[in-house]
Design a protein around this ligand. Structure first.
Ligand SMILES: [Zn+2]
Length: 740
């Protein structure tokens, strides 16, 4: 073996040699002599990694001719494997397949050089050439004359590759650190880079801060990384690249954690997109899991990689499982020190979290989403399903601001303004459907809260599915068959008035009728209707819309709500001039609606002439069909029913041997025993007797008495009918009680 001083002297020679030559190739022949002497070997190859081609190329001069050997970075060759694994390798006999297999299952010796000459490779020492952890090439020394390569040879080879690495780096114009290029090209001050590097936990955070704090654009950062890692940079470009489809065992949380995505272009060539392409161990794992032999390696920004991964899911932009997202957030929350503003609103996890919340809401058929800040704890996400709020998930407090900001950006609200409530809306595509979401922000002492209302989308429910009693169905159909008049649907917010009006319109919607609707908002759309969204903020009110409709030759007009005297008056006028008008009011019962309108200043004669009927309604929860069970009514139940239905009417219903229904609670209904909702109704018909009471402006109770004599049944009575039918239980009737 060579003595240490001799070795040192030879390595110093190599250093001087490389310094004094323009390129490695120029120095090659002299270098070869020194290297072969150092190892007492027959041949040497230096493979250089090519940035754009993802392979290694060895160039050497034979006489005046320059020859090239190219090998991919893969176990297909020994140099390729060493480049892939970034580990040195000593092979005693490259033609011994078993020895190769022990290194890697698919390691092969190609023997390209042997095949093209009468040379026989007997043993190989192969060492990666690295600089600052980046693979630049591979040094291969072949055929030690006496015996096998030793550990001492390995040590010398590693010292040698370090020297060569510096030369390669110089030749390739590479950088010592990932972001040095930004300093070289005057995009960033060295001091700023140092400061931000020291105070960032990792490259991912560093990159985010370069973008957000130092305003460096992504393209420049990508270029800097490309130069440093010596691989091409690929930005997020879903038009050009998609996730590579394979039966690999790579799970998405593994890929996300390691910031690596396997993508491919239109011609399906896979590229391993990595945030840190010099992570050889990771590359090896990916390579073996994918089982692909040819692929490119590129560098991508962490966010872009997550965007590629995020776009996978169910293939329709599904944002990934909530648990995965919360996991990811949990991890990044830990990393984000404890500053609550650390997380930015466009961080992929935040984007997907908000998207996931919206998808979940749609999936469980929620009407509202509540994102409530808590003063000392995680943010609560609740959703209202069938009228009842349900706890969904918790978002770490550190992400509260980012989530709220994301929602505000989506709904075009001012993210800087956190002290006053704001209203906006989002149109999102959920399971292929465009859904409108109304957003209201409310500042609380615990922070800014958001309530989102998901507008029911899709078509109208048929009138027959409204669960009206047969008497009410007949009466309602009779009322709407009139060519003119006004029909009012009344009840508090969330009592299903819009659904009912659209069911009525659906029944009336025939080609021979021109139907105009003014709604706020348009929740249900129906072909054949001319639907208009009013916007009081810009002065386009229900009254304005109604006046416009009257000039547009209507047969039937829907006015979303009679909020004020002007609208109510215009609605009555329209119905008296030959149109059927449908509208709503926020009143509790049908008889009360009459006095409310008269209190607004409507003429009693005009109103009673115009009015064809008033339908009051509520929504109550229905028993879950999966866990519904029968039970005999208790004495208390029967007494309750008697009292509520009224002794005067009790003969209308059969309470002998009464059996009632209840929901035991099951998985399907989240153990609530309820699933879905149905309406209960109170339909008042404007009969001549009632009309004369309206003329006299009689009291509510007088009018109610008359209406009931004419056949009206109260909300409570209708509710009891639905209890007896088994739609609901007695507990749900409490929602109605007090209504009449
Ligand atoms: Zn159930």
């Amino acid at each position: 073996m060579l003595e240490t001083p001799v070795k040192q002297r030879e390595l110093e020679k190599v250093n001087q040699l490389l310094e004094s030559h323009q390129s490695l190739l120029d120095a090659y022949q002299k270098l070869e002599i020194i290297v072969l002497g150092l190892f007492d070997a027959e041949r040497m190859s230096i493979f250089q990694r090519r940035r754009q081609n993802q392979d290694l190329v060895a160039r050497f001069k034979t006489g005046s001719e320059t020859r090239e050997i190219k090998v991919p970075i893969s176990p297909q060759s020994i140099a390729g494997y060493v480049a892939l694994a970034q580990l040195p390798l000593m092979i005693k006999d490259p033609y011994n397949a078993e020895e190769l297999r022990q290194v890697h299952q698919r390691l092969r010796f190609e023997g390209k050089f042997d095949k093209s000459s009468d040379f026989t490779t007997r043993n190989i020492l192969c060492v990666p050439i690295l600089n600052s952890g980046v693979l630049l090439g591979v040094l291969q020394v072949i055929n030690k004359r006496k015996g096998d390569f030793s550990d001492d040879d390995l040590q010398i080879a590693q010292d040698l590759t370090q020297i060569i690495g510096n030369k390669f780096r110089y030749e390739l114009g590479g950088t010592q650190q990932p972001f040095q290029y930004l300093v070289h090209s005057n995009l960033l001050k060295e001091a700023d880079l140092n400061q931000i590097t020291e105070s960032s936990k990792d490259n991912r955070q560093l990159i985010q801060r370069l973008i957000s704090e130092l305003r460096i654009n992504e393209e420049h950062i990508g270029h800097a990384l490309s130069i440093h890692y010596q691989v091409p940079y690929i930005p997020f470009n879903p038009d050009k690249y998609h996730l590579y489809q394979s039966d690999s065992r790579l799970n998405s949380s593994y890929l996300k954690r390691n910031l690596v995505a396997v993508i491919s272009d239109a011609s399906d060539n896979p590229t391993v997109l990595m945030a840190e392409p010099n992570n050889a161990a990771l590359l090896m794992e990916i390579e073996s899991a994918l089982g692909i032999e040819s692929y490119e390696i590129s560098v991508g920004l962490p966010n872009a990689i997550l965007q590629y991964l995020g776009a996978s899911g169910a293939g329709n932009g599904a944002p990934g499982a909530m648990d995965d997202i919360l996991d990811e957030i949990g991890t990044s929350a830990e990393e984000a020190d404890d500053s609550s503003d650390e997380m930015s609103d466009d961080a992929p996890a935040v984007v997907r979290l908000v998207s996931r919340i919206l998808h979940d809401a749609k999936r469980i058929n929620a009407s509202d989403i509540h994102i409530d800040p808590e003063k000392n704890g995680p943010t609560r996400v609740r959703m209202r399903v069938d009228g009842v709020c349900r706890d969904m998930n918790q978002v770490p407090a550190s992400h509260h601001s980012a989530v709220i900001a994301r929602i505000k950006i989506m709904s075009n609200l001012n993210i800087a303004e956190k002290r006053v409530p704001q209203d906006g809306k989002i149109a999102v595509k959920m399971s292929g459907q465009l859904v409108e979401v109304r957003v209201a922000t409310i500042p609380t002492v615990g922070g800014e809260g958001v309530v989102m209302r998901i507008l029911a989308s899709g078509g109208a429910l048929p009138l027959e599915k409204m669960n009206l009693s047969s008497r009410n169905t007949g009466m309602l159909k009779d009322m709407i068959s009139k060519p003119h008049g006004i029909l009012l649907v009344v009840g508090p917010t969330g009592s299903g008035k819009t659904t009912t009006l659209h069911a009525v319109l659906g029944d009336l919607n025939t080609p021979d009728k021109k139907i105009w609707t003014a709604e706020d908002p348009v929740e249900i759309t129906q072909a054949g209707l001319q639907q208009v969204q009013v916007n009081p903020k810009i002065g386009f009110t229900f009254a304005n819309a109604l006046r416009a409709f009257l000039r547009a030759d209507p047969d039937i007009i829907l006015i979303g709500e009679m909020r004020d005297k002007e609208t109510a008056h215009a609605g009555i006028e329209a119905s008296l001039t030959g149109h059927l008008v449908l509208s709503t009011l926020h009143t509790n019962s049908a008889p009360e609606t009459i006095t409310r309108l008269l209190d607004l200043g409507l003429d009693p004669v005009n109103f009673s002439d115009a009015c064809v009927g008033i339908l009051a309604q509520r929504l109550i929860r229905t028993i879950c069909p999966k866990c519904k069970e029968k039970h005999p009514a208790s004495e208390d139940d029967i007494a309750f029913i008697r009292r509520q239905y009224g002794e005067a009417y009790i003969d209308e219903i059969n309470i002998q041997n009464l059996e009632l229904y209840r929901g035991k609670g099951c998985e399907e209904c989240g153990d609530t025993g309820y699933k879905g909702r149905t309406g209960v109704h109170e339909l008042l018909a404007m009969t001549p007797d009632l009309r004369s009471l309206v003329y006299k402006e009689a009291s509510v109770s007088e009018m109610k008495k008359q209406a009931m004599k004419d056949g009206m049944r109260t909300l409570t009575q209708d509710g009891i009918l639905k209890v007896l039918k088994g739609d609901t239980d007695i507990a749900q009737l409490q929602i109605i009680s007090g209504a009449d």
